[in-house]
Design a protein around this ligand. Structure first.
Ligand code: IMP
Length: 189
């Protein structure tokens, strides 16, 4: 079965193609580069759902497809940047987040990374949502060369490594995106 992934983020495509190849023999991901407008809503579930509906209406694609939206939720900052993670990353980047967290210690550095995958089986079906999350801490400094985005400052709980210090396989096994996408793979199979 072929499913289409609408995104402009090539890092996400690589992660999910690797995962599908490793964990599901019958599902193949086709990437379609399409920059749909992302609504700035308070819940990433709503963002993902509305984005999938938009694509369904605008493109009326004949194959099953999905999109995904992710957000970084820092507990001590009341869930900031959450649904605004892309905007905040573009404006202040990892160094800006580290500055905001400069006086936060130990448990105060706790953070949740969350992904919502919205899957449409056909143009007639409403999006089906799959949520995955993972817990960690904002690292004291940028660490690691791998990954993308917030990976160098997201220290996975218990591992002592940031996502940028993990291999793609290690990250996929425990990441927000890996967990959400695995639910989609199970649903399809
Ligand atoms: P979006 O899902 O593309 O809107 O992502 C929101 C922001 O979080 C963007 O700045 C992404 O680069 C970043 N982001 C999304 N997923 C990840 C990830 O797995 N690791 C690190 N940063 C991510």
């Amino acid at each position: 079965m072929e499913i289409i992934f609408f995104t402009t983020n090539k890092n996400k495509v690589k992660e999910l193609k690797d995962m599908a190849a490793a964990e599901s023999k019958n599902i193949r991901i086709e990437h379609l580069e399409y920059d749909y407008p992302e609504l700035q809503l308070e819940e990433i579930e709503a963002v993902a759902k509305e984005s999938a509906k938009y694509i369904n209406e605008k493109i009326a694609i004949k194959k099953p497809f999905f999109i995904e939206d992710s957000g970084l939720f820092i507990h001590a900052l009341n869930g900031f940047p959450g649904p605004f993670s892309a905007y905040v990353f573009n404006k202040i980047g990892n160094e800006g987040i580290l500055k905001l967290m400069a006086d936060k210690k130990g448990e105060e550095r706790k953070v949740t990374f969350k992904t919502v995958v919205a899957f449409c089986e056909s143009v007639k079906t409403a999006p089906h949502l799959f949520v995955g999350s993972t817990e960690g801490k904002i690292a004291g400094e940028v660490r690691g060369e791998g990954g993308f985005g917030y990976d160098p400052i997201f220290e996975f709980e218990g591992a002592g490594k940031t996502f940028a210090e993990m291999s793609s396989e290690e990250k996929n096994a425990v990441s927000h995106r890996g967990r959400a996408f695995r639910k989609l793979l199970n649903y399809i199979s």
